[in-house]
Write a protein that binds this ligand. Structure first.
Ligand code: ADP
Ligand code: ZN
Length: 602
């Protein structure tokens, strides 16, 4: 039976230690269940607040909470943040030397820790199990629990050994957490971690503070630059590219344009990569240009945008990558440019992969679902959530909700495009076909005699960007097939015939102005009046100094959200300051007077 005093005690810790007035979503239920000794499986989106689900029970239950986390950088930041809040936390991983390790182990055995973080490979070692056997344990928290899934892309074999916890310590409650939404992974986690009796908590996977925008690709670099300058000047963000070379080139180009950008990909040496990651986390306003090798270890709450210059492979990938934006709950952007070349490239990667037919079929279906998201004239969020099995209403916070795209009857244009493919022998790509349609003379056109064809110039009345969007949408709709054996030549498909014969109407999205975003109307809830903004800048500078002197990331001291609230409210005394979200007792003690002095002088 749930005990009402459990929740009261948990809420007290939430306020006192973490400085938050109330639990969010399913947190209260999870905390209650775990404090009372139940196993739990928690599925919550990134930024949903999973950490408190095991941190608070660790503080409430006797003994130490043991957290298994695969990511060393993340572990270190969490421990730093907990210590700031006055929690007795430590970690054991490969970055510690023998003496440091021994010190942590002694503190653990002496019952001097509330929380201890372990890398998974340590946990199953006899030495560790012995140590834990001698220590009163509050719980085991298995973070990023999807790492146990052999089909997922984050599979870590060490996670399979975690079933030993249940065998060795059957009475210690376990809580497994993940932001991976699909049912298959869920089943695998329950199976492999023997969580059959666990209570399962599933939150909505919506990230309401993220605004989704997908723009037609025209001149992607300039579109990106304009997006960064107009909407995110001086803010942290991630730009994803498919290839290492493109990462390097894009980062260099952004730097030349005055953006504080750094590259990150698996081809760089480990030291440089680590340095870039650290700078991204510790400095403010860095734009990381990266392949998807970058991301999983990133716990930075104030990433204000994630931009894609290339198409991800699937909606899962898109959701996971864009999910790194706005963990702090403040407005953030997921922005992508998308064009025919992306469709061609992704289909090509699938066709050329060595995988078996079954894998290719699945990959194609996943890509098609993503293309559906790109081409939809309806709400992006509704599409995204429905992919994860959630129903929702149009969100009002995506590009298609904010500026509903026009559609047009493109039947005639589609027929012309398909005839151009057919008449030129199904051996040319879109660029050449558009020249034919627009009647653009040229050496190549003449060499092939394409200026003699009936289709030459039949589409002169339609602009080139519109033709590009027609071919892209035809490819996305599978009305055109891209043949990679033939250097990306476009070919007809089964489905094209009905269109060619005039038996099927084709409705397409009208191409948007090539500038990408036009959102001067945007009013971010986070945006502060100029006077508060100035104060916010001073608070940030103060925080950065502190962070540097303590060698921790700035957000470990206070989140932007907390600083913004301080700038808006301008508390005059410690009491009022303590009421601000994110200011717990320890931080008030530590920084209160300094902050009040700063506020008084502002
Ligand atoms: P996750 O691990 O699920 O991605 P975190 O545990 O890092 O999410 O939490 C995301 C952010 O939300 C953090 O900044 C955290 O401090 C904040 N947060 C969590 N729970 C609450 C709450 N109840 N009230 C206010 N902020 C919260
Ligand atoms: Zn919407």
């Amino acid at each position: 039976m749930p005990d009402p005093t459990t929740l009261a005690r948990a809420t007290e810790i939430l306020r006192d230690v973490f400085g938050y007035p109330a639990f969010r979503g399913l947190q209260a239920e999870v905390v209650q269940a775990v404090v009372e000794g139940n196993d739990a499986l928690v599925l919550m989106p990134t930024g949903g607040g999973k950490s408190l689900c095991y941190q608070i029970p660790s503080l409430l239950r006797p003994g130490v909470g043991v957290v298994i986390s695969p990511l060393i950088a993340l572990m270190q930041d969490q421990v730093a943040a907990l210590r700031q809040a006055g929690v007795r936390a430590a970690f054991l991983n490969s970055t510690l030397d023998a003496a440091e390790t021994r010190a942590v182990e002694q503190a653990l055995a002496a019952g001097e820790l509330d929380l201890v973080y372990f890398a998974p490979e340590r946990l199953a070692l006899p030495r560790t199990l012995d140590l834990l056997g001698r220590t009163p344990l509050a719980l085991f928290a298995i973070d990023e629990a999807h790492c146990v899934s052999q089909w997922g892309h984050d599979f870590r074999p060490e996670y399979l050994q975690l079933s030993v916890l249940h065998e060795r310590f059957p009475d210690v409650p376990r809580i497994a957490l993940t932001a991976t939404a699909d049912p298959q992974t869920r089943t695998e986690i329950i199976d492999r971690l023997a969580l059959g009796d666990a209570r399962v908590f599933v939150s909505s996977f919506d990230r309401p503070n993220i605004r989704y925008t997908i723009v037609d690709k025209a001149d992607p670099r300039s579109q990106l630059l304009r997006f960064i300058r107009d909407e995110h000047a001086g803010e942290s963000g991630i730009v994803y590219c498919l290839s290492r070379r493109k990462v390097d080139e894009t980062a260099a180009w952004l730097v030349a344009q005055g953006v504080d950008a750094l590259p990150y990909h698996a081809g760089m040496d480990a030291a440089t990569r680590a340095e870039h990651q650290t700078r991204f986390q510790r400095d403010e306003g860095i734009v990381m240009v990266a392949t998807i090798a970058f991301g999983m270890g990133i716990d930075k709450p104030d990433v204000r945008f994630v931009a894609h210059l290339d198409l991800p492979k699937s909606i899962e990938g898109y959701y996971q990558e864009t999910g790194r934006a706005g963990r702090d709950g403040l407005p953030a952007d997921a922005w992508m440019t998308y064009g025919l070349a992306d469709v061609v490239q992704q289909r090509r990667l699938i066709d050329l992969s060595e995988a078996n037919a079954e894998f290719k079929r699945v990959a194609t279906a996943k890509l098609d679902a993503l293309l559906g998201l790109c081409e939809t004239a309806g709400c992006r969020r509704v599409r995204l959530l429905s992919y994860f099995g959630e129903t929702s209403e149009p969100c009002g916070n995506c590009d298609t909700c904010l500026e509903p795209p026009e559609t047009w009857d493109a039947t005639e244009a589609a027929r012309k495009a398909l005839s151009a493919i057919y008449r030129t022998g199904q051996r040319f790509g879109a660029v050449h076909l558009i020249d034919v349609l627009r009647g653009k003379p040229g050496e190549r056109i003449a060499r092939w005699g394409h200026d003699q064809l009936g289709v030459f110039g039949v589409g002169a009345d339609v602009d080139e960007p519109v033709w590009r969007s027609v071919f892209r949408q035809l490819a996305a709709l599978d009305l055109v097939h891209v043949d990679h054996e033939a250097h990306g030549a476009l070919k007809l498909t089964e489905a094209s015939r009905a269109v060619l014969k005039g038996e099927q109407r084709v409705e397409l999205r009208r191409v948007r102005a090539a500038t990408g975003t036009r959102r001067s109307r945007r009013v971010a809830p986070s945006s502060l009046p100029p006077a508060d903004m100035a104060l916010m800048d001073r608070l940030r500078a103060w925080r950065l100094d502190l962070a540097r002197s303590q060698a921790v990331p700035p957000y470990v001291i206070f989140h932007d959200k907390t600083l913004a609230e301080i700038a808006r409210v301008r508390p005059r005394d410690l009491n009022a300051l303590g009421d601000i979200g994110g200011v717990g007792t320890k931080k008030l003690e530590r920084y209160g007077d300094e902050l009040l002095a700063l506020l008084a002088s502002a």
